[in-house]
Design a protein. Sequence first.
Length: 65
Amino acid sequence: MGDDIQYVVIAVAVAVAVAYAGWRIYRALKHAGDPCYGCEGCALKAAKQRHKTKKCPKNLADTNN
């Protein structure tokens, strides 16, 4: 009886670890081009987006005012 509980605990721990690894791999592949991996709450990301839009050629007319 005691061995059965150990196997269940080990199986649950392995299943949780595999699920977490799969979720992290999915997120890494989904946000491969984004250095923040989809994080929306970072002030650094907002600053990077503002800097990127300033360099965009279609926005150059707006920045020359």
